[in-house]
Design a protein around this ligand. Structure first.
Ligand SMILES: [Zn+2]
Length: 173
């Protein structure tokens, strides 16, 4: 999914009482964190020719370690060890990111697409389930997908509604 969906929808996936105790900006950062980590690495890997084989190998999908259950687990562990609301906000946010990406994959590719990334780098596909011939084509297919578009619209609408309800205050609605 894209940023508006991740922040707009993602923040609403966290139970209200938990959400109210977390700093919004850090929750939003958590919601975007897996993409902020993985996408730049993926772009560099794809652009540096010769670094990847024909199917993309480890970099077949733009979801790498930041999208793995291992990273989410590390964040959860850190949140349990460090008694800081910011850390908990990141852990919750990143968890919603994975959930939304799972739902998106299910809608687009059906069951099993998560195998290419959820346990990265352990579950590297033997055949490219999601074969991405080029950076541009991959982006174009995401951008033109109705699932992504709907996600962005719903996410943006939720953010606008939240903002209107907050009425300038920083607190949650
Ligand atoms: Zn993602």
């Amino acid at each position: 999914m894209f940023p508006f969906a991740h922040v707009g929808i993602g923040t609403h996936l966290i139970p209200g009482r938990v959400r109210a105790s977390l700093p919004w900006r850090w929750v939003a950062l958590g919601c975007l964190l897996p993409d902020l980590i993985d996408k730049p690495i993926w772009i560099v890997a794809r652009l540096s020719s010769g670094a990847v084989d024909a199917n993309g190998g480890l970099f077949a999908s733009a979801r790498l370690f930041g999208h793995s259950v291992f990273f989410a687990g590390l964040l959860a562990l850190a949140a349990a060890l460090v008694p800081a609301a910011r850390m908990r906000a990141l852990a919750y946010g990143a968890a919603t990111h994975l959930l939304l990406d799972l739902v998106t994959d299910y809608a687009l590719f059906g069951h099993g697409a998560w195998r290419t990334w959820l346990f990265w780098p352990l579950a590297v596909p033997s055949f490219a389930t999601v074969s991405i011939p080029s950076l541009l084509r991959a982006f174009a297919s995401e951008a033109s997908s109705k699932v992504y578009l709907v996600g962005e619209l719903v996410g943006a609408a939720l953010l606008i509604r939240d903002r209107a309800r907050r009425g300038g205050k920083r607190a949650w609605p």
